[in-house]
Design a binder for this molecule. Structure first.
Ligand SMILES: [Zn+2]
Length: 165
């Protein structure tokens, strides 16, 4: 027979042969060919090794306390996050921030603390803006607003304007 490796679906036939899925009439000529063809012999040997390995493989039995150890591990992971986020918790509960934003604030805090002195702080992302103190320009605007209110109040009630606000 011709070498199956030279056919397009040759490897498929060799795989079927290795898996024992070919009937005797089809597998006999391949058996004969493998004896004389180094390429097919190598292919067949590799397949045989794979099949032997698969047959020999057995999943390791789970230890009796696998579940207990798994849950203990999960508890450990959770308490780690719990520990990190605990100082921020009242803030999140009040603000109703999702955990992702909470993590972002923690990371942001780390970044800010890591920065060498003299560098401008990173702009605060909008998700955590309401958690942070007012940005300088916002505080400025607020002060201007208050000043305007005071002046307005002074115009409306000229006497004792300062005591009204
Ligand atoms: Zn061959």
């Amino acid at each position: 027979m011709n070498c199956p490796m030279e056919n397009r679906d040759g490897p498929e036939i060799l795989l079927a042969h290795a898996a024992g899925r070919l009937d005797r009439s089809r597998s006999a000529p391949i058996e004969e060919h493998i004896k004389i063809c180094p390429a097919c012999r190598e292919f067949a040997a590799a397949q045989e090794a794979v099949w032997k390995a698969l047959n020999a493989w057995e999943p390791a039995p789970l230890s009796p306390d696998f579940d207990r150890r798994l849950y203990a591990r999960i508890d450990q992971e959770v308490s780690w996050w719990d520990l990190v986020l605990r100082p921020f918790r009242p803030l999140f509960v009040r603000q109703g921030l999702p955990v992702a934003a909470a993590a972002a604030v923690v990371i942001m805090a780390g970044v800010l603390l890591d920065r060498p002195a003299g560098m401008n702080p990173v702009p605060v992302p909008s998700t955590s803006a309401n958690v942070q103190a007012l940005a300088p320009d916002q505080a400025d605007t607020t002060l201007q607003d208050m000043e305007m209110m005071r002046e307005l109040n002074g115009l409306v009630h000229p006497e004792g304007a300062d005591s009204k606000i």
